[in-house]
Design a protein around this ligand. Structure first.
Ligand SMILES: Nc1ncnc2c1ncn2[C@@H]1O[C@H](COP(=O)(O)OP(=O)(O)OP(=O)(O)O)[C@@H](O)[C@H]1O
Ligand SMILES: N[C@@H](CCO)C(=O)O
Length: 317
């Protein structure tokens, strides 16, 4: 009997300078996994079982879980293209905290769609699947944005095009950048963190946003890494969101003093990240964040890099 497992990594949305259009996958350098997993196998009727360290924080009923919604949406898309589906049993290992800023719902969504697509012998191509992932992410967070689902699915650092094909472009990776990331343990709802943002930005902010993104993409392609890091500043969300994050200003000050190239909020927070040009600097910042940024027993931190690979799927060993 076919039984598959998909693993979908955590991700940083926005990467400070690219609100809703830039994202990056994350992989801890110690080789541990940071992401949700979805198992799938044939069954007489559909079912979803949830396990893992954050399963108890999910909605109590399976129907409210985004993975169940992915299954029904996927089946509806299959019907539209005249393809049959049969019931499956799915198991979600919920390893990412909800409302963490690590792309937790995106990780569940991407793992679910990749598992379903593989189970039914790859009926949909990458752009079609990404569009489906964005649709489900939009249903849960209040607006369609691809900056978590795209890097989670394809890996690397991704820039959204606004087109349906290609949905996303992959940017060059800086091999010697390390990301100190820390989840404080509190939950921040993405929808609420979007609601506090102004609905319009002024001309000066729009010009800074465009200039930074243009310079960043050029600098990465030219291998001018310091120039790229110099424009990793959030002029859209951080000024409004940092008030939701106890210890944010102090964490930034410490990271800059330790030589971090950039510091910011991962997605809608509360996770923060510091970009460093050595693993040792990232480790020192992680040690500070462990002691000063974490608020409760759910918090954690890692030194990460951006993996080239995103979601993987294969037979359950
Ligand atoms: N499998 C799932 N994973 C995460 N959230 C889920 C899942 N299924 C249902 N939900 C619900 O979806 C909502 C997700 O909210 P939100 O978008 O703020 O969190 P998130 O995606 O975990 O955040 P972030 O992207 O910051 O990590 C919550 O209300 C949560 O209960
Ligand atoms: N770009 C989204 C990411 C949410 O994780 C936001 O900042 O609202």
């Amino acid at each position: 009997m076919k039984a598959l497992r998909a693993y979908a990594p955590a991700s940083i949305g926005n990467v400070s300078l690219g609100f809703d259009v830039l994202g990056a996958a994350l992989a801890p350098v110690d080789g541990s996994r940071l992401g949700d997993e979805v198992d799938i196998e044939s069954a007489d009727t559909f079912s979803l079982t949830t396990v893992g360290p954050f399963a108890h924080k999910l909605p109590g009923d399976a129907d409210s879980n985004i993975v169940t919604q992915c299954y029904h949406y996927f089946c509806a898309q299959m019907e539209k293209v005249g393809k049959a589906t049969s019931p499956v049993a799915m198991t979600l290992s919920k390893n990412l905290p909800i409302g963490s800023g690590l792309g937790s719902s995106a990780s569940s969504i991407v793992a679910a769609f990749v598992a379903l697509n593989a189970f039914y012998d790859y009926p949909f191509d990458e752009d079609t699947l990404l569009t489906m992932m964005g649709e489900l992410e939009g249903q849960i967070s209040g607006s369609i944005h691809y900056d978590n689902v795209a890097p989670c699915y394809v890996g690397g650092m991704t820039l959204m095009t606004g087109a349906t094909s290609p949905v996303t472009l992959s940017l060059p990776l800086v091999k010697d950048w390390y990301y100190a990331i820390c989840y404080s343990g509190i939950s921040v709802s993405t929808a609420a963190a979007r609601d506090i943002l102004p609905k319009q930005v002024d001309m000066a902010t729009a010009l800074t946003f465009g200039r930074q993104l243009g310079v960043f993409v050029h600098a990465l392609n030219a291998g001018e890494n310091d120039l790229a890091a110099s424009v990793m500043k959030d002029v859209i969300a951080e000024p409004y969101r940092k008030q939701l994050l106890p210890g944010f200003d102090e964490a930034r000050a410490f990271s800059e003093q330790e030589g971090a190239l950039a510091f910011g909020i991962s997605g809608s927070g509360p996770t923060v990240f510091a970009v460093c040009d050595s693993k040792e600097k990232a480790q020192r910042i992680v040690a500070y964040l462990d002691e000063h940024y974490i608020q409760n027993e759910d918090g954690f931190s890692h030194v990460c890099q951006i993996p080239e690979q995103g979601t993987t799927v294969g037979p359950i060993a």
